[in-house]
Design a protein around this ligand. Structure first.
Ligand SMILES: [Zn+2]
Length: 408
């Protein structure tokens, strides 16, 4: 690790400008003196940076604020539609695309079923078409789009944006970033979908303290997680952290898509729950499921099983109970090891009423070591169905900020 940093005047000026812009984004409308105080800069430095941001069309006046004795100060805010981020959530069941402005407000969104996953190149071609479909009606120059953040389930090689392996998609060694970059007119960045989701869910509007540790678990078609420390994603030494779906919770249990047996994902994911429900319906063991699927067991999905459980079907409820029990076991391991401030449960399985959350919480309490995680707050995700796509925008934004790569 580098022990000493030496910065020249140009670098310091750049950092000061970034701090002023960040302050405007987080705290605007705000006056120059308040920016100077928050960013720990002199007022003349802030004034000169603001002049420069005015010239670049990045900041605008919001009129006079309240006076604290002297002349009322001019209130300033970032011009929110100066630049945009595009976020794409490549889900196993649906693809969702959003456009967010520079202050992270969602201004457009669309989604369509994921459809055929093969051939991979054709699938990626459809993704590009979707991105262009949302970009077209914006009628903005392409250099006002700061880039497209892509959230993809599976192991992603960060440097290349290649999908090394995606169990949900059955994809191996797909150069996703290169294929997208060849067709899209703005920069592309690819990140693991669970981490993108985690980044979005770790953000609490209005929160001033950005030092929390948030562990977000995505309970959907598959199961994954992301750890956010402060505002940073924890990737791990080889970029594979967060694979909570592939810890063994049932030795000798069912075969998982990753090749191991008894993984959490193999017993408690949306795909696993659906598979168990189909078998119940085939055997006629669940009257509600047989009724809901109209006698076609192959159409049973996880949502149908939740519906059956919610209407009192004992066999369906047992599937949900067992899945919640295993998820509680998996979470207890993570909490014992990580001791996070917050654990957020998200994903499609969480959109089936409070039944699942309550059962997971009860299982967690049974399995967690009593002394661990005493500060931990367990919540359901609040970001909604576009949370991962919004998280992909945040991944992109973080990357640009960290590389000092914003066009300011
Ligand atoms: Zn596995």
């Amino acid at each position: 690790m580098q022990q000493y940093h030496k910065m020249d005047k140009v670098q310091i000026a750049r950092i000061n400008k970034y701090n002023v812009l960040r302050c405007l984004i987080r705290n605007g409308p705000i006056n120059r003196a308040a920016i100077a105080k928050r960013a720990d800069l002199s007022i003349p430095t802030v004034m000169s940076i603001i002049d420069d941001l005015f010239e670049k069309g990045m900041v605008r006046s919001m009129g006079k604020g309240e006076s604290s004795g002297g002349k009322p100060p001019e209130m300033l805010e970032v011009v929110p539609d100066r630049f945009y981020y595009i976020g794409v959530d490549i889900g196993r069941t649906a693809v969702r695309v959003v456009v967010n402005d520079i202050i992270s407000r969602q201004i457009a969104c669309l989604q369509e079923p994921a459809g055929e996953l093969f051939p991979e190149k054709e699938f990626v071609g459809r993704l590009c078409a979707l991105v262009m479909q949302i970009y077209g009606p914006l009628h903005v120059e392409k250099d006002r789009i700061l880039g497209a953040g892509i959230a993809m389930p599976g192991l992603i090689e960060n440097e290349t944006g290649n999908v090394l392996f995606s169990p949900d998609f059955g994809w191996n060694n797909i150069p996703l970033k290169s294929w997208l970059q060849a067709s899209l007119p703005f920069p592309v960045i690819v990140e693991n979908a669970n981490r993108a989701l985690a980044l979005n869910e770790s953000y609490v509007p209005g929160e001033e303290d950005h030092s929390h540790t948030t562990f977000t678990v995505n309970l959907g078609y598959g199961i994954g997680a992301g750890l956010i420390m402060g505002e940073d994603l924890y990737a791990g030494a080889s970029g594979t952290s967060g694979e909570i779906g592939h810890i063994t919770v049932d030795r000798g249990g069912p075969l998982c898509q990753c090749g191991n047996r008894g993984c959490l994902e193999a017993v408690a994911s949306g795909a696993a729950i659906a598979g168990q429900g189909r078998r119940l319906a085939e055997q006629g063991m669940s009257p509600k499921l047989v009724e809901f699927c109209g006698g076609k067991p192959e159409t049973v999905d996880a949502a149908m099983i939740f519906r059956a459980a919610n209407s009192g079907d004992g066999a369906a409820l047992e599937i949900i109970d067992t899945a919640a029990e295993y998820i509680g076991i998996g979470l207890s391991m993570a909490i014992n090891v990580l001791d996070p401030d917050r654990v957020v449960l998200c994903g499609g399985l969480m959109r089936n009423g409070p039944l699942f959350f309550d059962r997971i919480k009860a299982s967690l309490q049974r399995h967690q070591m009593r002394q661990t995680g005493r500060q931990m707050v367990l919540t359901a995700g609040a970001g909604g169905e576009y949370s991962t796509a919004n998280g992909a925008c945040r991944v992109l934004a973080n990357s640009l900020w960290r590389r000092w790569a914003l066009p300011i």
